[in-house]
Design a protein around this ligand. Structure first.
Ligand code: SAM
Length: 271
């Protein structure tokens, strides 16, 4: 598929130009003939043209109307393919994926300006997903697979780590795209877990604890958690004590298990 229009920076359009990278992404998805696949931002179809030959059902969500039109022209007659001219952050993803059971695979070279938001949307529909293979900015990928007590470790590491096994598959240099992005990219695979990796009590409380703990990286955990409003200062001190966590630590030193322990006790208080 081709288009003469220049790529739109505002839509994060860095099109894949390297067939080896395309092949590696497709291989990482471990596709099977009956698979249902969601491709986010198919663009000019670098991945799409391979997917359409290999899977049972293909759902394409593209925000750029001209590219969505072009995809409809190419694949409109194909009963297996559905083109949605829409914003992945606004469409009712749960409804779109309904009927595929837990069998959806998600493949995308994501627009980098919205990649974290997309990750959280995908986390919300994880029960419908079997595997995701996503191209991200390398910096974002490094954060996802980071260990506690390093600068990359953060909100996305912990929140997504609760629900996914994540693996950085390979790095992709800027020269593989047109136009070239300023930074390296990386492909990450995600396998959703049937149950959270650890019990956290109320998940909304867990999210508030984690976001609160990282909101001010230079402040102590105790001060950060006070700002969340999840518990009065005395109760918070007791919770930290009951969890065996020193409130003078920085949030970034806590493991997922420690965040979960805090969340369980704070959830119980919130009842
Ligand atoms: N998959 C193509 C490739 O690998 O060459 C294009 C990838 S490009 C990095 C990102 C694509 O996402 C573009 O086609 C862009 O128009 C599309 N896009 C940007 N924002 C979007 C959104 N909110 N919802 C759906 N697609 C979006």
């Amino acid at each position: 598929m081709s288009t003469v229009r220049r790529p739109l920076k505002s839509l994060g359009q860095n099109f894949l130009m390297d067939n080896n990278v395309v092949d590696k992404i497709i291989r990482s998805a471990a596709l099977e003939p009956g698979d249902s696949v969601l491709e986010i931002g198919p663009g000019r179809g670098a991945l799409t043209e391979h997917l359409v030959r290999q899977v049972g059902r293909l759902l394409l969500v593209e925000y750029d109307h001209a590219l969505a039109d072009s995809l409809s022209c190419s694949y409109g007659d194909n009963q297996q393919v559905t083109v949605v001219d829409g914003d992945i952050l606004a469409v009712d993803l749960d409804a779109l994926l309904e009927g595929g059971g837990r069998s959806w695979k998600v493949i995308a070279n994501l627009p980098y300006n919205i990649s974290t938001q997309v990750l959280f949307r995908l986390m919300d529909v994880r029960r419908r997903v079997a595997r995701m293979v996503l191209m991200l900015q390398k910096e974002v990928a490094d954060r996802l697979v980071a260990q506690p007590d390093c600068s990359d470790y953060g909100v996305t590491t912990v929140l997504l780590g609760l629900w996914f096994d994540m693996r950085r598959e390979f790095i992709v240099p800027p020269g593989c795209f047109h136009p070239r992005p300023k930074v390296d990219s990386a492909v990450v695979s995600f396998v959703p877990l049937a149950e959270p990796r650890v019990e956290v009590g109320n998940e909304q409380v867990f999210r508030r604890v984690v976001k609160g703990a990282f909101a001010m990286r230079r402040k102590t955990l105790s001060n950060c958690l006070k700002k969340t409003g999840l518990a009065a200062p005395d109760a918070l001190a007791q919770v930290l004590n009951d969890c065996g966590i020193n409130g003078q630590r920085r949030g970034e030193t806590l493991s997922l298990d420690e965040f979960a322990a805090l969340s369980r006790l704070l959830s119980a208080l919130a009842v």
